[in-house]
Each structure stands twice: as structure tokens, then as C-alpha cells.
Write a new protein. Structure first.
Lengths: 503, 320
């Protein structure tokens, strides 16, 4: 196929009007991403009618909405790193290594590193989309319930890396997450599980409410406790910036994470939260030789950030080529295309080169804009940590309540958030990690639904899980990710033993 | 009789006078995430009302996710029952959930039904290379070996997509509970699964399948409607034409809280009656793939209650 659409698109994206719109979108997206619970979907739902009624041409409207979307993936990291409050669903794993860095006084460095890895992820994914969008669209079709289930098996296999020094607590956390996903409507039987006749629980616990409860509310409680005990140490913010060596050091982790993130983003059944979770655990599996992940390792910070940006970009592939949204946010954008009477599909690249090309070209420009916009502001953001606790603690609490209430407009959601926060606080006092709970929750839902759908389709035959080439490849990958590190470690140990006498 | 009614209306209108003015602030509540059917209904109403200059300021659209509208339903009844400026989006799916008792303790009489804005229709589709060419073929083959036809729909067991297939299964003398049914996440997932060969029958809505049908990516066997649909649908036979008296309109409409004043309720009904006749509205409705569905005020109220009763019987028959 020809890439005329890209050259035509560059012309569209570089029009002063569209450049300005892209810049506004990136800026709004960063802010929306930064605010807890308020995600890109809320921002886009708000902007779509404004864009439509103000008579923007479709390509400009799409450029604006897309910029908000991937801008939010940049912004989400800021509150994750500084406050341990994930700004949006894709930024949960960013907190795992980003927050310890901020506690050490390296907030500026963490923000810069994650900004750069976001850029790596976003940029590589846009290049991949330019060349692979149409050829990759088959992937979205070939993934049925059985394949999604095996993909989740693979994801759980990478989870083995999270076990750490307290395997029982990690597993318990993971099981707790799995249990929480069973709340709500069970689609296979149509029954409500554990909802206690509360309509608010019919859809189960919202991921973002769980995350805000577990991370930010429990954090606030911990901070309060040390404040009362008088052990709360004021944070230092050193002006450290990442060195060139560090920027090069995160290149391969970012590339690996981008590949994972992009593929998971292309699949309509999974999004940025699964992408960042799987890329983090995979990266930990591959690179965590000294147990530094979770304590502020820049690779653990770079991987999920690259992955969530890549996933956001990947989500456009099925939307543009098949008309199937790859995420909730792209679903709203699909609605926007419908309003303009534009029918997505592979022929869109030929029939609407201005629109598709303009959108893709604007994403190249947008990622560069976001990097330029984000790096100089890093020090400014980092100084937020110097705020006194009497502002910081109520501030985080207020932001969390405001975010959850704005997104779900129900008091019940806020109460659930506090309930989860208190449980999270107790669990943290007992030495549990929050990440395995979140991972169990994210992966468990996709896993259960697809397991049961696959069996519903096969009439209970388990053979369906081994019936396609794709699922067999995924099984092999799952087994490999468990066995290869063990084998490598054995070989390393053997070599060390063999090498010792000589040395 | 008609004349007296008209006269009474005129008198009432005169008496109500200023109270019939537009509510100070209008708001449409969508009981789901942005981007779904409720959002579409709210935006259709809001955009068209504003474009036709029937309201001065644009109508605000707010979201309250949960239980496919159940949370919004309970919220309106419980905390905003008398807000005359607030309309809430509903669909035939809401009537189905009410019939199954999934809207909590409140039934269909707990709110005031204002009117429908348009409708979609259920369809069943197969892959383009499938040997099944008509609904009759499907019912014969499905009746012989239901296990060979895994079905996909965009909702849980008991949802509209499941019900549509359950009615077809009934024609084929198959117990609906024995269907191999996968509850996929929305209509997009259903058509993708059909294209990928993961399912053999897709149950969904006409508007979300018509483009794929025209592109030859799937074949719509029947539109679940009494009458042939216009436009892009004019060559697709209906269930009735193929000899099956099953239909599944998916209307999209609005309701207001139970304690909203008669004057405000009447303002909404009158305004929507005026609205549905404007060109602006027809343009907005067609842009969203909806067909005309003229049912407003008392007529709509009757329609909703009849639907709930029908669904109650269906659900019982299907063994839910």
C-alpha cells in the first residue's frame, strides 16, 4: 500500500489551526490525566459536543480528541509519581517505582525519565501504526474468547516476577484482587453476584475507584499516622536530572514495553491498564536481577509509561481499520466519526487520506509537543512535594473525592473508595503490596469473562483453548516466561561455580 | 370527545400559563459511560432541541454509570424526583431490566415516561460465506443441531441480544438456556467475533451491522421488524415477511422523575412533539442511525408499560 496519506496528512496537521488545536488538546490531556479518577474518556465526552457544534472540520475534531487521549497518558504519571495517586487507569504501575524515587528526593528525575519513556512509547507506536495499522487489523479479529483467555494466562505467568520475598502475601493480594472482580453482573448467567441489592454494585467495583482507594486513601492514612507519631519526614527535592546514560539505559525496556503495549492496545478487549501491568511484570522478569524493582528502579518506571502510551496509540488501529473501538475512549471517538458521517474501515486510509493522515501525522507532532511541554515543567511539578502536610494531606483527600464523584456522580462510589482505602491501609500495615491486588483485579476480570465465554461457545469442551495457532503460540510464550528465567539463573549459577576455581 | 380533550388542553394550557415556560436549566442524564446508547439519546435530544431553537441554552449531558441505568433510575426517584429540568435517557433495554426486577425495588410506574425519540431494530446475522441464506434456513439448521451454532451477543444472558436469539430459538423448538451463547462486550465485539469465526450467529442492532452488511463482511438474515425499513435496509427482508411473527424494536426515549409537576411534564411532551417534526431533528436522528418512532406522552407511557408486561412474560417463559 502507498503512504500518500501520511504526506497529505502532514500538510493537514501542520496547518496553523490544527497545530494550535493539537497543542490545546495535549495541554488539556495532561491536566485531565493528572487529576485522579478523571480520565481521558470524561475529557473527550466533554469536548466532543463543543468541537462538533463549533463547526470544526472532522480532521481537526479528531486531532483534538486524540491529543487529549494520549496527552492524558502523559499526565497520569505526574500524580502517580509525586503522590502515589494514579492519575488514570494506565498509570497505576508507574507509581510502583516512581513514588519511591520521589520519596528519595528524585522526583524531578522520575518525572523526566517517565516523560521520556512516554515519548519513546508514543513515538514508536505511531510509527508502528503508520506502517502496520492495516496489516495488524487481522489480529483484532483473530482474537476470540479462547485467545484472550490464554493471553491472560501469559499475563499471570509474568506475574510470577512479583512474588518477591513474601510470596504468600503477594499471592493473597492477587487472590483478593481476583475476588473483587467477581462482584457485579455475571454476564454468562445474567445473575448479580455479591451486590446486596445495591444498584451501584451491579457493574462491580470500578477499577479506578479501587485504585484510588488502595493507593491514595491508604497513603493519606499512612501519612496521618506518621504525622501523629511525629515521624513524618519532610521530603527533599534534589534537582537531579537524568543523565544521558540513564536515558539510553531505558531505551530497551521502553522498546520492549512499547511492543507489548501496542499489541495489547490493538486488541479491543484489553487496554492501557492491562498493557502497563503486563509490561511492568515482564520487564521485572527480564531485568530485575538485583531486586531493585519496586524500590525506585528507572526501568520499572519507564516500562509501564512507554506501554500505556503505546496502548493508547494501538487502540486507534481497530477503531480506524475495523470500526471496533480498542478502548472506552476510542469508543467515544468512534461516535464522533459517526456524527460526521464517516465510516471507519480499511478503505478509510484510501478514501479519507486527509482525515486518517492528518490524525496520524498530528500524533507525531503531538508526542514531540508533549515532550517539549513536559520536560521544562518537571521541576515545577516536583516542587509540589515541598507543600506542607497540612495542605498536602487534605489536598490529596479532596482531589480523590472530587475525582471519583465527578466521574461517577454517586456518594456510594466515594464511600466504596474510603472503605477500600481503609482496608488498603490495614493491609499495608501488615506488609502487603498493593500492586498484586490491582493486577489480580485487572487481569482477573478479562480472564474470567473470556474463560466462560470460550466454554459457552464450545459447549464445555476445553479443546477450544488449544484450537488455534495463536493460542498455541501464547501457551508457549506463557511457559517460556516462567521457565526461561529459571533456566538462565541455573546456567548463570553453574557458570559461576565453574568460573570460581579459575579466578 | 376529541374536541373536549382539545378544549380541556387549551384551558389547562391557559391556566398553567407561565408554568409552561421552559425550565430554567435543562439537563439530560445518561445512566452509563459516555459513548453508549444513553449518551446518544441525550445528545440527540440536546443537539436537536438547541438546533431547532426550542431551548435557549444547550442542554447539559451528565453521566451516572451503573447497572445499565439502574443507578440513575434509583437516583432520580430517590433524590431528584421533582426536578422538572431533568430528563433521563432510557431504552427498551430499561423496560427489559425493569421486567426482570433488575432496577431494584422500583417498577415501571415509579417514573413519568415522556416519549421516544427514535428506534433501532434487532437483527440476526451470519458470516458472508455461511451456507445459511435465510431465517428459515437458520431456524431449520439451528433446530437440528443447536450445538453447531455458537451465538454471540453484546449483553449478558437475559439481555436484549440474548432475548432476540431466545425468540428465534423458540421458533426452532430449542430451549433458549441450551444455546451456546457468549456475552461479549458490546456490538463491536460481536461483529468482530463473527468475522473471526469465533461465533456463527451474531445477535445485535440494525444500525451497527448495516455497514458491514453492505461491505459484504456479514449477512443480515432478517430485521426483527413488522415493516420493511427504508434506505440502506430496503433490500433486507424482515422477520414478518419470512413468516415469523417476532419483532424487536429498540426504542430510545426519555423519562422524568415521579414528582415532576404536570406543567413541566407537559412542557417536555409538547416540546418533543414539536421537535420530532422539525428538519433539524430528523437530520440528527438519521445521523445516529435511528428510525422514526412516534410515541410521546400518554401513548409512550402505555407503550412502556405494555413492553414491561410483555418482557415479564417472555423472561418467565425463557426460564430466567
Amino acid at each position: 500500500m502507498s503512504f500518500d496519506f501520511l504526506w497529505q496528512g502532514m500538510g493537514v496537521a501542520l496547518l496553523p489551526q490544527n497545530l494550535l488545536i493539537g497543542l490545546i488538546g495535549c495541554f488539556l490531556g495532561t491536566i485531565i490525566g493528572c487529576l485522579p479518577a478523571i480520565g481521558p474518556i470524561n475529557g473527550i465526552a466533554l469536548l466532543l459536543p463543543i468541537a462538533y457544534t463549533s463547526g470544526l472540520p472532522p480532521e481537526s475534531a479528531l486531532i483534538l480528541l486524540a491529543a487529549v487521549y494520549y496527552g492524558a497518558e502523559y499526565g497520569g504519571r505526574i500524580s502517580s509519581i509525586l503522590l502515589n495517586v494514579p492519575g488514570d487507569a494506565g498509570a497505576v504501575m508507574t507509581a510502583v517505582d516512581g513514588y519511591p524515587m520521589a520519596r528519595r528526593g528524585e522526583a524531578a528525575k522520575a518525572l523526566a525519565i517517565s516523560g521520556i519513556s512516554s515519548f519513546y512509547g508514543g513515538m514508536i507506536a505511531v510509527v508502528a501504526m503508520t506502517f502496520l495499522a492495516v496489516p495488524l487489523s487481522w489480529l483484532a479479529i483473530k482474537f476470540g474468547p479462547a485467545e484472550y483467555f490464554v493471553l491472560m494466562v501469559f499475563a499471570f505467568a509474568t506475574l510470577g516476577s512479583m512474588v518477591g520475598h513474601e510470596p504468600v502475601k503477594t499471592l493473597l493480594g492477587c487472590v483478593l484482587g481476583l475476588m473483587l472482580t467477581t462482584i457485579g453482573l455475571d454476564a454468562t448467567s445474567g445473575a448479580y453476584r455479591f451486590t446486596f441489592d445495591q444498584p451501584e454494585l451491579h457493574d462491580g467495583i470500578e477499577f479506578i475507584i479501587l485504585v484510588i482507594g488502595l493507593f491514595s486513601i491508604s497513603e493519606v492514612l499512612l501519612m496521618l499516622e506518621s504525622q501523629v507519631k511525629g515521624t513524618l519526614k519532610p521530603l527533599a527535592v534534589t534537582g537531579s536530572y537524568p543523565s544521558w546514560a540513564e536515558i539510553r539505559y531505558i531505551w530497551w525496556p521502553s522498546v520492549r514495553a512499547t511492543v507489548i503495549g501496542f499489541v495489547i492496545g490493538v486488541l479491543p478487549g484489553t487496554g492501557a491498564s492491562v498493557a502497563s501491568a503486563v509490561s511492568y511484570t515482564t520487564e521485572k522478569r527480564i531485568s530485575d536481577k538485583d531486586g531493585t524493582f519496586g524500590k525506585g528502579d528507572i526501568r520499572g518506571l519507564a516500562a509501564p509509561e512507554a506501554a500505556n502510551n503505546a496502548a493508547a496509540t494501538g487502540a486507534f488501529v481497530p477503531m480506524l481499520t475495523l470500526g471496533v473501538p480498542g478502548s472506552g475512549t476510542t469508543a467515544v471517538m468512534l461516535g464522533a466519526l459517526m456524527l460526521y458521517n464517516i465510516q471507519p474501515g480499511p478503505q478509510l486510509f484510501v478514501e479519507q487520506p486527509k482525515l486518517v493522515g492528518g490524525l496520524i501525522a498530528s500524533m507525531y507532532i503531538g508526542n514531540i509537543l508533549l515532550l517539549i511541554m513536559n520536560l521544562p515543567m518537571v521541576k515545577l511539578f516536583a516542587r509540589m512535594l515541598l507543600m506542607p502536610n497540612w495542605i498536602l494531606i487534605p489536598g490529596i483527600t479532596a482531589l480523590s473525592i472530587l475525582g471519583v464523584y465527578t466521574a461517577y456522580s454517586s456518594v456510594m462510589s466515594v464511600l466504596i473508595m474510603f472503605g477500600i482505602g481503609i482496608v488498603g491501609y490495614l493491609l499495608r500495615k501488615l506488609g502487603f503490596d498493593m500492586a498484586p491486588i490491582v493486577l489480580g483485579f485487572v487481569l482477573g476480570k478479562v480472564m474470567e469473562v473470556n474463560f466462560r465465554n470460550a466454554l459457552a461457545l464450545s459447549g464445555g469442551e476445553f479443546g477450544i483453548f488449544f484450537s488455534s495457532t495463536l493460542s498455541i503460540i501464547l501457551w508457549i510464550m506463557a511457559i517460556a516466561i516462567v521457565l526461561v528465567p529459571i533456566w538462565l539463573r541455573r546456567r548463570q549459577a553453574a557458570r559461576n561455580r565453574a568460573g570460581q576455581p579459575a579466578a | 370527545m376529541r374536541k373536549t380533550l382539545l378544549f380541556a388542553t387549551l384551558v389547562l394550557t391557559g391556566l398553567a400559563g407561565p408554568a409552561l415556560a421552559q425550565p430554567a436549566k435543562t439537563e439530560c442524564l445518561a445512566g452509563a459511560k459516555p459513548g453508549g446508547g444513553f449518551d446518544l439519546t441525550c445528545r440527540l435530544a440536546g443537539n436537536a432541541l438547541h438546533a431547532a431553537k426550542l431551548i435557549k441554552d444547550p442542554m447539559a449531558v451528565t453521566y451516572m454509570e451503573g447497572g445499565v441505568g439502574a443507578v440513575a433510575y434509583n437516583h432520580v426517584i430517590g433524590t431528584r424526583p421533582a426536578d422538572g429540568g431533568l430528563v433521563i435517557a432510557a431504552s427498551s433495554g430499561s423496560a427489559l431490566l425493569i421486567a426482570q426486577g433488575k432496577f431494584g425495588k422500583h417498577d415501571e410506574n415509579a417514573v413519568r415516561w415522556v416519549g421516544a425519540l427514535g428506534t433501532d431494530f434487532g437483527v440476526v446475522a451470519v458470516a458472508p460465506d455461511s451456507p445459511i441464506k435465510s431465517l428459515k434456513d437458520l431456524i431449520a439448521a439451528f433446530g437440528k443441531d443447536p450445538g453447531a451454532f455458537p451465538v454471540g451477543g453484546g449483553g449478558a444472558v437475559g439481555s436484549q441480544d440474548w432475548m432476540k436469539m431466545a425468540m428465534i430459538a423458540r421458533e426452532a423448538k430449542v430451549d433458549p438456556k441450551k444455546m451456546r451463547y457468549a456475552a461479549l462486550e458490546g456490538g463491536g465485539a460481536v461483529t468482530t467475533a463473527l468475522q473471526g469465526g469465533h461465533i456463527k450467529i451474531a445477535s445485535g442492532d440494525a444500525s451497527e451491522m448495516i455497514n458491514l452488511h453492505q461491505q459484504g463482511k456479514l449477512r443480515i438474515l432478517a430485521i426483527m421488524s413488522e415493516r420493511r425499513l427504508p434506505g440502506a435496509f430496503k433490500d433486507i427482508p424482515t422477520t414478518y415477511e419470512q413468516g415469523y411473527t417476532i419483532d424487536w424494536p429498540i426504542w430510545r426515549g426519555l423519562y422524568v422523575g415521579p414528582k415532576v409537576s404536570d406543567a413541566d411534564y407537559k412542557w417536555w411532551v409538547d416540546t418533543l412533539t414539536k421537535l420530532t417534526k422539525t428538519d433539524e431533528f430528523v437530520k440528527e436522528r438519521e445521523a445516529r442511525g435511528l428510525f422514526a418512532f412516534d410515541s410521546l406522552g400518554a401513548d409512550f407511557d402505555k407503550r412502556v408499560k405494555a413492553d414491561v408486561a410483555k418482557f415479564r412474560a417472555l423472561a418467565k417463559e425463557a426460564g430466567l
